[in-house]
Write a protein that binds this ligand. Sequence first.
Ligand code: 5GP
Ligand code: MG
Length: 180
Amino acid sequence: MEKDILKVLITEEQIRQRIQELGEELTRDYQGKDPIIVGVLKGVVVFYADMIRQIKTPCQMDFMWISSYAGTTSTGNMVVKRDIGSDIKGRHVLILEDIYDTGSSLDFTYRHLLSKEPASLKICTFLDKPERRKPGITLKADYVGYTVPNEFVVGYGLDYNEHYRNLPYIGVLKPEAYGA
Ligand code: 5GP
Ligand code: MG
């Protein structure tokens, strides 16, 4: 696994530091609001588990699972595979995402949750890759861990063909690892 990594973009220590900072911000911003934190599966699980423990005010957890129905890349044709279980009407909701790339997933998730009439709806993404954004997607992430260059990254929950999610850092794969 490690041998397939060309370079480390964000180290474990940098991740830990940034999540602590975000945690302080979120703890302040959500004080007394009892937010529902919605994670978008499955890339978010590692970030989610670390992030939630730095939010030091009462909150609730929920998850949704979406997928695009035409293959593996972001096509914009998204469906809800598993919806959230809680009633979010009138509640403060924070979406947690692994990466904001073309924006198709986040845009879909945002609209889907907005239609359930939450009191507020904000976005916290661990990574933001603004160079890849599809034209017309104007959502702004309210909280961003790190902005990354236009490279395909793995680790810390992010996969290539379902592998590398368990790497503790964010890295870039060697071209050979894609079978190139
Ligand atoms: P979107 O393009 O809709 O913003 O992102 C859709 C999904 O594609 C993300 O939630 C993530 O799972 C995956 N994705 C986007 N960019 C990357 C990347 O650089 N590396 C990995 N491993 N997955 C990515
Ligand atoms: Mg994903």
